[in-house]
Design a protein around this ligand. Structure first.
Ligand SMILES: [Zn+2]
Length: 138
């Protein structure tokens, strides 16, 4: 890979955009031929085969379903995890963990979360309430 990051610490997952200011978004794409959207972004549309996909970023949405699991999630702390499905608009839905129990209808923002440790650590996505003050940097 020509663009490997040379710094230390976890790297963002390929489906995640993290700018230097800390703003985090999911990478999606819209097909220029058939108009369908894909999450995560792809190089080729699986519906029509076109390679004319325009990148789009999604940084917020609305919780459509939520559950809590007591199963351990590798690389994370805590005995329970809230997992949500989030409507990102334009028929794009993403699953992810939340750091608190959220109800359907809650407005959320994409936030970074470190998963794993050492050389295997990555920055993945999670969801936090959009109105939280400590989310202001995202
Ligand atoms: Zn297409």
């Amino acid at each position: 890979m020509a663009d490997q990051v040379t710094g230390t610490g976890p790297r963002p997952a390929t489906w995640l955009s993290v700018d230097p200011a800390g703003a985090t978004a999911l990478r999606a794409a819209r097909c220029g031929t058939c108009g369908r959207r894909h999450l995560p972004a792809r190089d080729r549309c699986p519906w029509c085969g076109s390679d004319e996909l325009a990148p789009e970023l999604r940084s917020s949405g609305t919780v459509v379903a939520a559950t809590t699991t007591m199963l351990p999630v590798p690389g994370t702390a805590g005995p329970f995890h809230s997992v949500v499905l989030v409507d990102l608009g334009d028929d794009l839905v993403a699953a992810g963990q939340a750091d608190e129990e959220l109800e359907p209808g809650t407005l959320v923002a994409v936030a970074p979360v470190a998963i794993g440790s050492g050389d295997e650590a990555v920055i993945a996505h999670s969801f936090v309430r959009a109105d939280r003050e400590d989310n202001a940097h995202a």
